[in-house]
Write a protein that binds this ligand. Structure first.
Ligand code: PEP
Ligand code: MG
Length: 840
């Protein structure tokens, strides 16, 4: 028979493809090819559906030709990618008063009534567009309910309910075709990644009876658990039901496998049950995917209506992909591509149970993934006190500063009013794996009154329990159930496969031994950025640091630095030992000094006491150090050049630690990185002093070692002048946080306030601190890489800004010839998988 390609009866050889008829039509054809008992099906192409939406009438005779005259039909959507959704299925098309009478004879009045009612209701809502509420009062057990519903339909529409099956089918097709072109449907599918002009196919299928005499019913089955991916027969079956009733009426549904808790399909229809398992297994092997089978039982006989990809959590997605590869069904490379790298976050952090109700208080920027609950505290000191009592707490601040580090360590989660993806709270939170929501400016922060007011007027006070969901940016009331992080064998296996294929390195940004340990556990290939200044906030170091800042003479400063030296040395020894011979890239001191000083009068007084200085001296010094625009002021290498003793001390600490850590392990080759460079001369000056310190340490200790000195490219000028900087640097590492800030002239600490408006109005496609701006900042990366490599072909290139962990940035950096990316320890697995996907 010559087939019309737009109205195709599905046979093993019919011309059906996902791109012309949609994924469901193609999948049904595969099931037909496997010789499964699939009811007769006709597929309508995207083009045909478009014409129907435009008002054309399809060739109804051709469409209905394959079906038995007395058959009832159903129509289901078939978009190119099943995840894009589509209008809901309509069942029992073709039922009318005459067939109702026949069905009463064949199946009994109750079943026939239920079927007719289902269709009239669907038709009234989707085709006649009547209010769904009008059926709310219907009691299906009432013998007159059908008459009542038909009368209601006729009253509302002033028309008789159509009796001609061809008319019914045509109207259903029209309503489904038009629903697809509606604005809401389009926006919904675009949000799921569908292109604006995505097509819709429709499949018309003969209804396989599932109501009537003997064991009849419908259900779904899959062979894995959707949450965990473990192999387990899962699903539901409901006698005398249709469609997805078994899922909608879960409490009435039966188990599939024999179960002590109640009756099961296995007991009611053992043969059909065995077949169902066999078919679902066959689908897994031949369709190369874990499938859910939709089925009906007709007097003990099985029909397979459909197969859909099993819905799955990230955890299950990994298990399923690894098990398909281990069973030889798909190659390992393909298993790597089956898991969304971002979804891995769900495995690394606790999450709010997706099935739990959520009482959302407000939404901010999802700055660090994971969820945690705790009592509200408003200061770092209260957080520490709370931790000491063993009470989990959420640290709430307008924004965090380095002084809050200890409070952050003590807290279960952090919430700030201000800030964006690269604010202090966000960067530190991600580094620590601490759930964090920043920029929650829809909440009113009355910090002096220790109170928060939510957009809907609810007041929250210190001690109230809230939950921070750093994965989606929500602040929730109370304590919803959380699910644990789960990195099982399948996760480890997938990661090993990823490392075997990827061709760009992945390091971690780690500041403390604890970070380094996490980095190591996640198999980072070294540390790409150690922000040393964070070490100065630990324990009593802050006081020594402040003494150094307050020193009036070079001699006093030296004395303070001498006390800091052993502390830094000890930190570095620990880092080197944890990283066991892997590269560790240490950035010299970066922030402006005033960050280490107290900001209020009480703090000034305390400091005056600690340093035994008059209060006026302290206030004066703090004022002297304050800057109008500190992020563009005396920080980074500018401080290194003006107060060189700080870098001298750090270089010495690094070299002495190198000698110490190399004693009992592999030789350590430290990397030293100069921040915020904008001119070649800055590098020359620092390099000369660092070389001199190295020479001095070698002579004093009588031991040799090597090291690499590199430059952090964080200013546009450094990228543009990479050609003259590279001869003095073994590596260039692009700090895209500052580079984005400086390229846009956009404060990374303040942009959060208006970023959402900017994105909403389409000024920026995305927050550039979140998604690397490949056009602008990206061009600077390319220019820097090109000019640097031209001057020095063995130049090592990397990215260490927060973008380093995002799959798109990794793709960009790989294409630009970078050697590695460096990101927060908890993003290392995401980066490893994303990098692998680029290489397969
Ligand atoms: C950067 O600017 O990209 C960077 C990594 O440094 P920081 O975030 O510490 O400024
Ligand atoms: Mg920076």
């Amino acid at each position: 028979m010559q087939q019309d390609p737009d109205i195709t009866y599905i046979t093993p050889t019919a011309p059906v493809s996902p791109a012309t008829h949609g994924g469901r039509a193609k999948c049904l054809q595969r099931l037909v090819r496997l010789d499964l008992p699939v009811p007769k099906t006709v597929a309508l192409s995207f083009d045909e559906v478009k014409r129907i939406a435009a008002g054309e009438t399809p060739d109804m005779a051709a469409l209905m030709e394959p079906f038995d005259d007395a058959a009832l039909l159903c129509v289901r959507p078939s978009s190119e990618d099943p995840d894009w959704g589509g209008p809901g299925a309509v069942l029992n098309i073709g039922i009318n008063d005459a067939r109702f009478v026949d069905l009463c004879d064949q199946l009994g009045r109750e079943a026939a009534t239920a079927m007719y009612l289902r269709f009239v209701q669907a038709y009234a809502i989707h085709v006649a567009r009547l209010d769904p509420d009008m059926f709310d009062h219907i009691n299906q057990d009432d013998p007159d309910c059908l008459t009542e519903v038909l009368r209601a339909y006729e009253e509302e529409t002033e028309e008789e309910f159509p009796q001609d099956p061809a008319v019914q089918l045509l109207e259903v097709l029209r309503s489904m075709a038009r629903a697809w072109s509606g604005t809401t449907a389009r926006l919904l599918r675009q949000a799921k990644g569908a292109p604006a002009d995505a097509g819709l196919g429709l499949v018309v299928q003969e209804m396989a009876p599932s109501m009537g005499k003997g064991e009849c019913g419908s259900g779904v089955i899959q062979l894995v658990n959707s949450k965990t991916g473990e192999r387990k027969i899962t699903g539901r079956y409901l006698s005398q039901s249709q469609g997805r009733d078994a899922l909608a009426r879960r409490s009435a549904a039966l188990y599939l496998e024999r179960d002590p808790r109640g009756p099961s399909l296995q007991e009611l229809a053992p043969e059909a049950f065995e077949q169902l398992i066999e078919y679902t297994r066959l689908m897994r092997v031949r369709l190369r995917e874990e499938m859910q089978t939709e089925f009906t039982i007709e007097n003990g006989n099985l029909h397979v209506l459909d197969g859909v990809r099993v819905a799955r959590s990230a955890h299950a997605a990994i298990r399923i992909a690894v098990s398909l590869a281990n069973d030889g069904i798909i190659p390992r490379e393909e298993a790597l591509t089956r898991v969304d790298p971002r979804a891995i976050n769900e495995l690394l952090h606790r999450q709010v149970d997706p099935d739990a109700p959520r009482d959302v208080l407000a939404k901010g920027i999802a700055a660090s993934p994971g969820a945690a609950s705790g009592r509200i505290v408003f200061s770092a000191a209260e957080a520490q006190a709370s931790a000491a009592r063993g009470e989990p707490c959420v640290l709430v601040r307008r924004e965090t500063s380095p002084e809050d580090i200890r409070g952050m360590h003590a807290a279960a989660a952090v919430l700030t009013e201000r800030g964006g993806m690269t604010s202090h709270a966000a960067v530190i939170g991600r580094g620590m794996g601490l759930p964090c929501v920043v920029g929650a400016s829809s909440i009113k922060f009355h910090l002096r009154r220790k109170m928060l007011k939510t957009p809907d007027g609810r007041e929250l006070h210190a001690g109230d329990v809230i939950t921070i969901d750093g994965t989606n940016g929500e602040v929730l009331a109370g304590e919803p159930p959380l699910i644990k992080a789960a990195q099982d064998d399948a996760f480890q296996t997938l990661m090993t496969w990823a490392d075997e294929v990827r061709d760009i390195g992945v390091r971690a940004n780690a500041d403390t031994p604890a970070d380094a340990q996490v980095a190591r556990n996640f198999k980072a290939q070294g540390i790409g950025l150690c922000r040393t200044e964070h070490m100065f906030f630990e324990g009593d170091r802050l006081t020594v640091m402040r003494e150094m800042i307050f020193a009036d003479t070079a001699k006093d400063r030296e004395a303070a630095l001498e006390r800091l030296l052993p502390m830094q040395r000890a930190d570095f020894i620990e880092l080197f030992r944890i990283m066991q011979g892997q590269p560790v890239c240490i950035r010299l001191f970066d922030p402006p000094l005033h960050e280490f000083l107290p900001h209020d009068r009480a703090g000034h007084r305390e400091l005056a006491e600690a340093l035994d200085l008059p209060l006026s001296d302290v206030t004066r010094r703090v004022e002297q150090l304050s800057e109008y625009n500190p992020m563009l002021g005396m920080r980074g290498v500018r401080l290194g050049i003006t107060v060189p003793e700080i870098y001298d001390m750090q270089a010495r600490a690094i070299f002495e630690a190198t000698i110490e850590a190399s004693r009992d392990g592999d030789p350590v080759v430290p990397e030293i990185m100069i921040p915020l460079v904008s001119a070649k001369r800055e590098v020359e000056l620092v390099k000369t002093r660092v070389d001199a310190v190295a020479a001095a340490v070698r002579t004093e200790k009588g031991r040799d070692f090597t090291y690499r000195l590199g430059v952090m490219v964080e200013t546009p000028r450094a990228a543009l002048r990479a050609g003259e900087i590279a001869p003095h640097a073994a590596f260039l590492s692009f700090g895209t946080n500052d580079l984005t800030q400086m390229t846009y002239g956009l404060s990374r600490d303040d942009a959060g306030r208006f970023m959402s408006t900017y994105v909403q109005k389409g000024v920026f496609p995305e927050d550039p601190f979140h998604d690397l701006d490949t056009d602008g900042v990206g061009e600077l990366l390319q220019i820097g890489a090109e000019r640097g490599r031209k001057a020095r072909p063995d130049l090592v290139l990397s990215i260490c800004g927060e973008h380093g962990g995002s799959p798109e940035s990794i793709a960009f950096c790989r294409a630009a010839g970078f050697n590695y990316v460096s990101c927060s320890p908890f993003r290392v697995p995401v980066a490893r998988l994303a990098a692998a996907q680029l290489a397969v």
